[in-house]
Design a protein. Structure first.
Length: 142
């Protein structure tokens, strides 16, 4: 992910299938040696430790302590499994939304109408303060 970051192979997308995520993470560039620890001399391994810590919501030091005896392959497998698990709810919710096109269109239309109402009020405030555009309409009080 460090040296392949600018490529498709170095980017894990939220909607990637689990197998694609595993493949990308298992082929991540690591460093020479075999010790799993964070070190400026080991940017590949450090990156994987940081990713694993982030998706687990723990301190990177805890990951280092847990994987003291692990090899790079085990680190990569642990990161892949954790990332797949972390992204699963988002991917499942996306698939659920996409399965009902009519409901999705309704959600989008409702959101667009609410955003337009907010934007219209803001735009009216801006025009009024700048003294440009049509005068603001008075709202009828019931």
């Amino acid at each position: 992910m460090s040296t392949t970051g600018a490529s498709e192979q170095g980017t894990v997308y939220v909607l990637d299938e689990p197998k694609a995520i595993e493949k990308k993470l298992k082929s991540a560039v690591t460093d020479s040696g075999s010790e799993v620890r964070r070190d400026p001399e080991k940017p590949g391994v450090s990156n994987l430790i940081e990713i694993l810590a982030a998706v687990r919501g723990v301190d990177p030091g805890a990951i280092e302590a847990e994987l003291t005896q692990a090899r790079y392959g085990e680190l990569k497998a642990a990161v892949a499994a954790a990332v797949v698990e972390y992204l699963a709810p988002v991917r499942e919710h996306y698939e659920q939304l996409r399965s009902d096109e009519a409901a999705l269109e309704s959600i989008l239309e409702d959101g667009a109408a609410r955003a337009q109402a907010i934007a219209a009020a803001t735009l009216a405030d801006v025009r009024e303060r700048m003294g440009v555009g049509p005068p603001r309409r008075e709202r009828a009080v019931p």
